[in-house]
Design a protein around this ligand. Structure first.
Ligand SMILES: Nc1ncnc2c1ncn2[C@@H]1O[C@H](COP(=O)(O)OP(=O)(O)OP(=O)(O)O)[C@@H](O)[C@H]1O
Ligand SMILES: [Mg+2]
Length: 255
């Protein structure tokens, strides 16, 4: 469903300094699976998500979605099929709009519309049901500006918005990293439920190995832009992954 072929991405740090994050990078994601993407800070996880979402342009290589070449497609156009929740709870929502207005906007992604006509009773009831399903009282905040919500409430809203239009792919970049343990479990369980119900192919970045294993079918570790590990999650223990991390860190300090 998602196929990345020979992708290259570099950043020009200054006049004589180029950082090559990916070179000849390949990845295939099967439809209706959840892949956890792990790896040390700076290994390229967010950059990869940016390349898939179209937020960054690759230097070379091809990205195919359901066999269609989307490599040069604009981020806005891709966003209809590729949804994303960022690590920062402020990034995936419009802070100065209310919960209701944010939901209405996500509901009409990619279409022309009049926001205020959208917020009809019929839609409002549907949005209320979605908010209630999280069980954290979000439905009582439907007319509140999103800037007054907590991080957990914002991420729950971001997740509802990201899954509303039934995307092909959901990109999650450490989307529970800023949440307390209870809110993190709520958001992760809801993530799992939404992915399953809507059959969304998901790529989930996490530094939490337990969560990565529990909520994925496949686990991939990146190190300096290379896949160093790619296994079904069911076949691997947390301790094995921690050992690989240790090994990688020792190599880094030794070099
Ligand atoms: N816009 C940019 N300009 C220059 N360098 C960048 C840019 N974006 C990312 N990088 C560099 O690319 C490398 C990969 O960064 P990236 O953000 O993808 O890492 P990451 O795996 O998401 O790390 P973390 O776990 O800390 O979030 C890093 O060395 C980073 O400094
Ligand atoms: Mg990152």
């Amino acid at each position: 469903m998602l196929e990345i072929r020979k992708l290259r991405k570099s950043f020009n740090l200054d006049r004589d300094n180029i950082l090559v994050v990916f070179d000849e990078f390949n990845l295939n994601l099967k439809a209706n699976t959840t892949t956890a993407l792990i790896g040390p800070n700076g290994c390229g996880k967010t950059t990869l998500l940016n390349l898939i979402s179209g937020n960054l342009k690759s230097d070379n290589g091809t990205i195919l979605l359901n066999g269609i070449d989307i490599t040069n497609e604009a981020e806005e156009k891709r966003s209809i099929q590729i949804s994303r929740v960022h690590q920062d709870p402020s990034k995936s929502v419009s802070l100065n709009l209310t919960v209701l207005e944010n939901l209405a906007l996500a509901d009409k992604k990619g279409e022309s519309f009049n926001l205020y006509r959208l917020i009809r009773k019929q839609n409002r009831d549907r949005y209320m049901d979605l908010l209630k399903s999280f069980n954290i009282g979000l439905e009582n905040k439907i007319n509140e500006k999103v800037k007054y919500l907590s991080g957990g409430q914002r991420q729950s809203l971001s997740l509802i918005m990201a899954s509303m239009k039934n995307p092909n792919i959901l990109l999650l970049d450490e989307h529970t990293a800023a949440l307390d343990p209870k809110a993190s479990v709520v958001v992760l369980e809801k993530t799992k439920e939404l992915i399953k119900k809507n059959k969304i192919t998901t790529l989930m970045v996490s530094h939490n190995i337990k969560d990565a294993l529990r909520y994925s079918d496949r686990i991939i570790m990146l190190d300096s832009g290379n896949i160093v590990f790619d296994r079904p999650s069911i076949s691997i223990k947390e301790s094995e992954i921690l050992d690989i991390y240790k090994e990688k860190l020792q190599e880094k300090f030794a070099s």
